[in-house]
Design a protein around this ligand. Structure first.
Ligand SMILES: [Zn+2]
Length: 174
């Protein structure tokens, strides 16, 4: 089987950032996938599951109520728990969603009260939430974004990443 593009990213020197991992085009529709890399892979502890779950609920709520809500396709956690995926309609760059992602961080950092969608009839594991740790990770991530603005993925020099314009829609990034 062909190795998918995201596995050609060199995770050994990858740092937290806001990266375009692919753009999928079909007919006139382009979807850009962003990797919100929150922790340094294989060098920092991954995000604990309850915090990740809270980030998922709050980020999705924020994005789907934002002024960009019509462009949001999907937000969800990476299986490796070093970050999250944000999929948006449009042929976009990291700069195009930078302010949106910072606002999303601020929303979570400032959030208080009941986690949206965290009732037994609304969620498959409603008790597994950790708002304080979600805030910790979002503060860390926001600081990284503001101070370092890492937008370009390092690739393995021996095996350059495939061109980003492809039709295949595959899960990847960890
Ligand atoms: Zn849930």
């Amino acid at each position: 089987m062909e190795r998918i593009a995201s596995f050609t990213i060199n995770h050994l020197n990858l740092m937290p950032g806001l990266y375009v991992s692919r753009r999928d085009k079909k007919n006139d529709c382009v979807v850009t996938t962003f990797d919100l890399r929150i922790t340094a892979p294989n060098r920092e502890p991954v995000i604990d599951m309850p915090a990740m779950h809270t980030i998922e609920h709050l980020a999705a709520t924020y994005l789907r109520n934002s002024d960009r809500k019509e462009d949001v396709v999907y937000f969800g956690p990476m299986g490796c728990r070093t970050g999250c995926y944000l999929l948006m309609f449009g042929d976009l760059s990291s700069e195009d969603v930078y302010d949106l992602v910072l606002s999303m961080c601020d929303f979570i950092i400032g959030f208080s009260g009941e986690i949206p969608g965290a009732k037994p009839e609304q969620c498959g594991n409603y008790l597994e939430q950790n708002l304080n740790m979600a805030k910790f990770y979002m503060e860390k991530y926001k600081k990284e974004l503001v101070e370092n603005k890492r937008f370009a993925y390092p690739v393995c020099s021996k095996e350059p990443a495939k061109p980003v314009h492809k039709n295949a829609g595959t899960n990847f990034g960890e």
